[in-house]
Design a protein around this ligand. Structure first.
Ligand SMILES: NC(=O)c1ccc[n+]([C@@H]2O[C@H](COP(=O)([O-])OP(=O)(O)OC[C@H]3O[C@@H](n4cnc5c(N)ncnc54)[C@H](O)[C@@H]3O)[C@@H](O)[C@H]2O)c1
Length: 365
């Protein structure tokens, strides 16, 4: 806790006990330099209230960098509803309404969205209390499920990375291991199969094997996928997969996937570089979800075709980052963080010592 407070550089932190539910609702607004602070609402059980506040502070800061590197007119924020055990359906609704009041009290500085523990339906409950909600269903004028856009961005990142390493963005005949066949990974695997890639796929849920059969992909264990001799390894499950143990065992030229927080620590980016494995920074490759949401803020409202075009822009962003990294003799992680910092400075944010690279952008949107 102490270490974190040393890097406290947020604009606002609001902690309120809900009048209906009695649960604590936390909203951290890290930066509004580039626009309203957007970030999901996490409903989670924490060890104690300090852990919940710390999570909101850490994740809101990560959102600032994620949006800045994507060039979005958004700042970074995050919400937390701190659970204390199971809630009845009614108490859950009360907690969501209380959170809605907390969001509304910030008067537009923060806009919420779906995150771990909350759904698009929960956003509708929150929307009863505040209009500062994104990610509502298409029926309600929102941008709906972000997963297809996240998947599109990741496939674009894989193409750009392949072009850099193998000389062509074409995925025909490329061998690719996709680990995690959830909302995003399954879509990525389908697109890659359509593009003619040779697929290895994996998930801890054996129910996902049917998709492997449908796609004509080889079904392997996550461990086998990690060490398989493939062109691309695409982590699409949980974070922390790249560490001092796994990176020396990789046999791929590119790592590009949807999972947040892929590096166990920032030093892993150097390890990947030393092994000549091109790593597409996760918070660049998986920004399709938030880019899609940002389209909701356009004057004309949400438009899926515009969203697709912007998500494909991840390709140019990533090319620029790879160019910068080569020019600086640095890792893509360092180049991406530099780009985020530049974009923030252009927007007038004063970035202090606390903005030295730290475990970076993370979260779902
Ligand atoms: N959904 C989005 O739009 C979005 C946006 C940005 C980032 N992400 C990140 O992408 C990742 C996937 O998101 P999702 O929405 O598809 O999640 P999801 O929960 O729908 O899917 C995750 C899948 O990974 C599998 N899995 C879990 N642990 C595994 C392991 N150790 N090995 C192999 N498979 C494992 C699960 O069984 C599940 O099928 C997450 O890290 C998420 O934070 C998602």
């Amino acid at each position: 806790m102490e270490r974190y407070l040393a890097t406290l550089d947020h604009e606002q932190l609001l902690v309120r006990r809900g009048t209906r539910s009695g649960v604590f609702c936390v909203v951290a607004v890290h930066s509004t330099a580039r626009g309203p602070a957007l970030g999901g609402c996490r409903m989670w059980t924490y060890e104690d209230s300090r852990a919940a506040v710390r999570d909101a502070l850490r994740l809101s800061r990560a959102m600032t960098f994620k949006s800045a590197v994507a060039g979005l007119p958004l700042g970074g924020g995050k919400g937390v509803i701190m659970l204390r055990g199971e809630l009845s359906a009614r108490a859950r609704k009360d907690a969501l309404r209380d959170f809605g009041d907390t969001v509304d009290a910030l008067d537009g500085a923060y806009v919420t969205a779906e995150d771990v523990g909350t759904s698009a339906r929960d956003m509708e409950t929150i929307a009863d209390q505040t209009k500062r909600v994104s990610g509502l269903s298409r029926k309600r004028g929102g941008s709906g499920d972000p997963s297809p856009y996240t998947a599109l961005g990741v496939v674009t990142a894989i193409e750009v990375s392949c072009e850099r390493v193998f000389g062509t963005p074409s995925l025909k005949g490329r061998s690719i291991a996709v680990v995690g066949l959830g909302h995003v990974g399954a879509r990525i695997a389908k697109s890659l199969a359509k593009a003619g890639a040779t697929l290895l796929v994996s998930d801890i849920d054996p129910g996902k094997k049917a998709l492997a059969d449908d796609l004509g992909a080889k079904w392997v264990t996550p461990e086998k996928a990690l060490t398989a001799p493939v062109d691309v390894y695409a982590p699409c499950a949980l974070g922390g997969i790249l560490d001092h143990d796994s990176v020396p065992r990789l046999q791929c030229g590119v790592v590009a996937g949807a999972a947040n927080n892929q590096l166990a620590d920032d030093g892993i980016a150097d390890l990947l570089n030393a092994r000549s494995i091109l790593w597409s920074p996760d918070f660049v490759a998986n920004a399709g979800g938030i880019i899609n949401i940002a389209v909701e803020l356009d004057k004309g409202g949400y438009d899926p075709a515009r969203a697709k075009r912007r998500v494909r822009g991840i390709g140019d962003t990533l090319k620029g980052i790879y160019d910068d990294a080569e020019g600086m003799g640095a890792t893509p992680l360092t180049a991406a963080m530099e780009r985020a910092r530049r974009n923030l400075e252009q927007a007038g944010a004063t970035m202090g010592r606390a903005d030295a690279p730290e475990p970076v952008p993370v979260e779902r949107y």
